[in-house]
Write a protein that binds this ligand. Structure first.
Ligand code: GLN
Length: 536
């Protein structure tokens, strides 16, 4: 197949309808039919990437192998497709404008007035086709962030309109995701918001080819017919997306509704085989029929917003299924935890995870949590800041360095066991300047980490500025802290663990980013297994 086909996914009525999950589910089905499929997301905000956004604003910042700080939907794409994404899979308005303005300064548009149409729209269209032109994909799904009708989405919508026209019949189609709300007082599902949203799309010159309707209740045949008639789509192109108990059910629900078939028909592509979802359904089977149950405490300071730790929560679902275990993740706010309340808040947990994070708020609670897990032999996993907290806790309470700290929290500590990485010292810009993306790590034989991974050399994704201070390596090792993973090129400590503890491990990287349905992360799998063991 030489012509890459494009599917654009827009959203109407309201945000948070789950465009990312619908896009990922459709991609999963197309992939399972044998099409090389990828998904990309275009976001309408001015930040060049979400790396500078507070997790409360935008949820977790997801990191790709190539070190891009991206929207959390890319995490869903990888978890569903089991194929890595890259910077090219996530573009923001800020990135588009930055690139156009840089071109303008270089004189690439010399003599011309630089305008939204055509300069910004051309830049958008070029980027929308970047992955398609690589030759690696048969189908590229593009999710447009935001809601149709928003001022900030207009250049994207216009670009989609132009591209669909330029690509020609059957090469580019539009799926519009809307909400069909239920009005309890009337006892009815309402189609009007969808009609209006489709009309808004039409005003921009785009005709939706397929409607995916989020709903809490089944859409009757009458209602589907009405939606088709008034929104000007074929009856078979009205797809119901009913609330599911898990996002991992959505590919099967879309299969039942025939979303993949209608999309292929519109793209003039053969259906090939029926989608092979054998492994996927085996995962679902285990996920829904657990034999064990554990309570794991997630100690962090962004716990009010579930999306802040999205990849960690999903990694527990994958690892839980592998262990046939229901993992109840219990959010614990580190800011409200101290030596006095630790016992009360943490007792009874089968495992404790200390979360990644930035800044000083809540860190004393994290250190107290580590102490509790260490002293009470509770399986412990520290991720990034969580690992740094484990090093500080050990330095304070085992080595006796009472004011040991990270220079991120206290620049004047007499024992900076965690400090700024050498190459970070001259950096003042905040955007995209951390240690990012996949880095090598060598695991020492006969350590817990080596046993868990079953190999010596691994690649894991990073996102941090601070590191284990090499000056304290020897004294900490002598005091019993095992440094089981080291970056072979820089000598940076990436993994720490304790010997006389059933499961105590801290990692400077983020294993959660690499956990997928078909490849659950070994660290999470072993951590959940340790929690099950602890409980019994
Ligand atoms: N704030 C810490 C650092 O920059 C940890 C970052 C993180 O947990 N991702 O090193």
């Amino acid at each position: 197949m030489n012509q890459t086909k494009y599917i654009f996914v827009t959203g109407g009525v309201t945000s948070s309808l789950g465009k990312g999950i619908i896009a990922a589910s459709l991609a999963k089905l197309l992939q399972a039919r044998g099409y090389r499929t990828t998904i990309q997301k275009f976001d309408p905000y001015i930040n060049v990437d979400p790396g500078t956004l507070n997790p409360y604003e935008h949820g977790e910042c997801y990191v790709t192998n190539d070190g891009a700080e991206t929207d959390l939907d890319l995490g869903h794409y990888e978890r569903f497709l089991n194929v890595p994404t890259s910077q090219a899979n996530n573009v923001t308005t800020g990135r588009i404008y930055l690139s156009v303005i840089e071109k303008e300064r270089r004189g690439e548009f010399l003599g011309k007035t630089v305008q939204v149409v055509p300069h910004i729209t051309n830049e958008i269209k070029e980027r929308m086709q970047l992955l398609g032109k690589s030759g690696d994909y048969d189908i590229v799904i593009t999710e447009i962030g935001g809601t149709v009708g928003d001022i900030e989405s207009l250049p994207y919508i216009e670009s989609v309109r132009q591209l669909v026209w330029e690509l020609g019949e059957n090469n580019g189609i539009v799926i519009h995701l809307t909400l069909v709300p239920y009005l309890a007082a009337a006892g009815e599902l309402k189609t009007k918001p969808t009609q209006h949203s489709v009309k808004t799309l039409m005003e921009s010159g785009i005709k939706a080819d397929i409607l995916v309707c989020r709903t809490e209740y089944e859409l009757s045949e009458d209602l589907r017919h009405k939606l088709a008639l008034f929104c000007n789509v074929k009856r078979e192109a009205v797809i119901q997306s009913i609330d599911a108990s898990t996002i991992y059910d959505v590919p099967n629900l879309m299969l039942e509704e025939g979303l993949d078939k209608v999309a292929l028909k519109k793209l003039d592509l053969p259906e090939k085989s029926t989608p092979d979802l054998k492994l996927w359904n085996e995962f679902l089977q285990k996920h829904k029929n657990p034999k064990h149950e554990v309570n794991i405490g997630l100690v962090g300071k962004y716990v009010e917003l579930q999306d802040s730790y999205k990849s960690i929560l999903e990694a527990f679902i994958h690892a839980g299924a592998t262990n046939e275990t229901k993992v109840n993740v219990i959010s614990i706010h580190s800011e409200y935890l101290d030596a006095k309340t630790a016992e009360n808040q943490l007792k009874g947990l089968d495992g404790i995870l200390v979360a990644p994070g930035f800044g000083g708020r809540g860190i004393e609670g994290k250190i107290e949590t580590v102490r509790y897990a260490r002293e009470n032999n509770i399986p412990f996993l520290g991720i990034c800041l969580g690992m740094q907290m484990a090093v500080i806790e050990y330095s304070r309470n085992v080595l006796g360095y009472a004011d040991a700290n990270s220079t991120e929290m206290n620049e004047n500590t007499s024992h900076p066991v965690i400090n700024l990485m050498e190459e970070q010292k001259t950096i003042t810009d905040k955007g995209g300047t951390m240690r990012l993306g996949a880095w090598k790590c060598h695991l020492t034989e006969n350590t817990l980490a080596h046993k868990i991974y079953g190999k010596s050399d691994i690649l894991e994704r990073h996102r941090h500025r601070y590191e284990f201070n090499g000056e304290y390596l020897e004294v900490l090792q002598k005091a019993g802290l095992v440094t089981s993973g080291i970056n072979p090129e820089t000598g940076l400590v990436e993994v720490i663990e304790l010997e006389n503890h059933p499961f105590f491990i801290g990692v400077q990287y983020h294993p959660e980013y690499k956990s997928t349905v078909l490849a659950p992360h070994p660290l999470f799998v072993s951590f959940v297994a340790a929690a099950v063991k602890h409980k019994n």
